[in-house]
Ligand binder design. Structure first.
Ligand code: ZN
Ligand code: MN
Length: 500
């Protein structure tokens, strides 16, 4: 039986290190003019530079440098007046040059921090995550392993290579060692990636789509017995691609490490793959040391030396922080702290905002995203944002509820229909024949039937015991298959029984 999380944290202190790779949203690649459109036909966005053909020479994308400086400034980093690219040598089929152009000992941004807040039972808690560096590099191509059951190389018959992604600008953001989070380590890791994603989105430097891999997190986790200074051996879970998975991967690794340590075994320093279905990790390759990469300064590129004027210009153009934006939304919507935290935690804040912008009442928009839709997402083990329902769909539903054309119960059927892929709300209302019964005579018929079936209850209500009306209203709602407006039924019923 797996060790309980409480037992892990009673004995060990988790130590984290997070490395986030983000694909920049520039129109062209990092060192050549190729397009960067996601999902283009394989190998249609390549040229001699990003294919690493002999004699081709790279040129740095100026926009990518400006974006990286903006990221560094937003993360409270110092911007190096002089930094260089380096070659990180290793052989892999998806990397045509056999080296990745990256930055090594001279990164462009250093020594920043990001404050994150998590929602705990004792109220909101703030943690400062220190940033060691932000550097520029390029993405690799993509290997597609064909013929096997899993899409992994094991069991595949052959592999295909798509170099469209090779050379896309990447920024890597590396934290310092994160200590002091205790039992909140998984939540802090998630909150950090979430806050970072919001900052990057606010800067407009990336589309930050985790599911498409434009933002991915490597989570380093180690444990040390409480009170011990020396760091334990870490594992690095690679390319975790959803907020939920970041939290699960950290928690899962903490438990796995603790089980090993409790059994007197050693944690192996290695990379691990995270599996969405099981929430577990399996070993990848044993971790290379920096010296294995034979880093050396890139001779084909000039150093990066941004002028102070450029840095100040970028600083002046930074957008407001996500925390300020959230505060404004909270004030505008009049939302209590707890609910605000719940929205952030469920990662539906942007969805609610978009729904409100499309005309929905903020309270209703929030309660749909945090209520029924979150519940369905939970049932399917995905995030609400991953369900095939848009803020436009929810806005349409909320507006129909406000107009009295849908009851909450009917609206739930519409939500279910949208998620099942039956179309837009209006189409589902049509095809499923969903309709609110507000016609008084139809409602009265159902009310009279309910009274006839429960005359004793009706008598109680007549006698002034109004709470008993609930049973009759319930019967009417059942009779009308939930299509009646409950408030209207109540009003008619009480009037009929002389109580209004
Ligand atoms: Zn190219
Ligand atoms: Mn990297």
């Amino acid at each position: 039986m797996a060790l309980k999380y409480e037992d892990v944290i009673a004995k060990y202190e988790p130590v984290l290190g997070l490395e986030v790779h983000v694909e920049l949203g520039t129109e062209s690649k990092m060192f050549c003019g190729c397009n960067t459109v996601f999902g283009a036909a394989p190998n249609t966005q390549t040229c001699p530079v990003c294919l690493g053909l002999p004699g081709s020479l790279p040129v740095v994308n100026g926009k990518a440098i400006e974006y990286t400086i903006a990221i560094g400034l937003a993360l409270n980093c110092s911007i190096a007046p002089f930094s260089r690219f380096a070659r990180k040598n290793y052989f892999y089929p998806d990397m045509p040059k056999n080296f990745q152009t990256s930055q090594y000992d001279e990164p462009i941004c250093v020594n920043g921090y990001l404050d994150v807040t998590i929602d705990t039972e004792e109220g909101p808690k703030e943690f400062r995550v220190e940033i060691e560096r932000v550097h520029m590099e390029e993405d690799t191509g993509k290997s597609l392993h064909m013929g096997g059951a899993t899409g992994r190389i094991h069991g595949a018959d052959y592999s295909l290579l798509d170099y469209n992604r090779a050379g896309i600008p990447l920024v890597e953001i590396v934290t310092k060692v994160i200590t002091g989070t205790g039992k909140y380590a998984p939540e802090v890791a998630k909150a950090y990636v979430s806050e970072l994603r919001d900052i990057l989105r606010g800067l407009g430097v990336s589309d930050v789509k985790m599911e498409q891999g434009s933002l991915r997190c490597d989570a380093n986790v180690s444990l040390r017995p409480i009170g011990v200074e020396k760091l334990g051996t870490r594992s690095e879970t690679k390319n975790v691609n959803s907020l939920r998975s970041v939290e699960r991967a950290v928690r899962g690794e903490m438990i796995r490490h603790a089980e090993l340590l409790n059994n007197g075994e050693k944690v192996v320093q290695e990379t691990r793959h995270f599996h969405e279905d099981t929430g577990l990790t399996t070993p990848g390759r044993s971790k290379e040391q920096a010296e294995d990469y034979r880093y050396f300064p890139e001779p084909d590129l000039v150093p990066v030396a941004p002028t102070p004027e450029l840095i100040e210009k970028i600083r002046a153009s930074l957008p407001e922080k996500p925390s300020i934006r959230r505060k404004k939304l909270q004030d505008a919507w009049q939302v209590p702290d707890k609910e605000m935290a719940a929205m952030i935690n469920a990662d539906v804040l942007d969805l609610v905002e978009a729904t409100v912008k499309l005309g929905a009442d903020p309270t209703r928009a929030r309660s749909w995203w945090l209520g029924e839709i979150a519940r369905l997402a939970n049932e399917k083990g995905v995030a609400a944002a991953e369900l095939p329902i848009s803020s436009a769909d929810v806005a349409e539903i909320v507006v129909l509820i406000e107009k009295g054309e849908l009851t909450d119960k009917l609206a739930r059927q519409v939500v279910e229909g949208v998620i099942a892929g039956e179309g837009r709300p209006s189409e589902i209302i049509q095809s499923r024949g969903i309709q609110v019964v507000s016609d008084d005579s139809a409602l009265m018929a159902a009310i009279e039937k309910a009274i006839a079936l429960q005359p004793d209850v009706a008598e109680k209500v007549r006698g002034g015991h109004v709470p008993a009306a609930g049973a009759l209203i319930g019967a009417v709602m059942k009779e009308t298959k939930g299509q009646a407006d409950a408030a209207k039924v109540r009003e008619l019923l009480l009037k009929h029984l002389g109580q209004a």
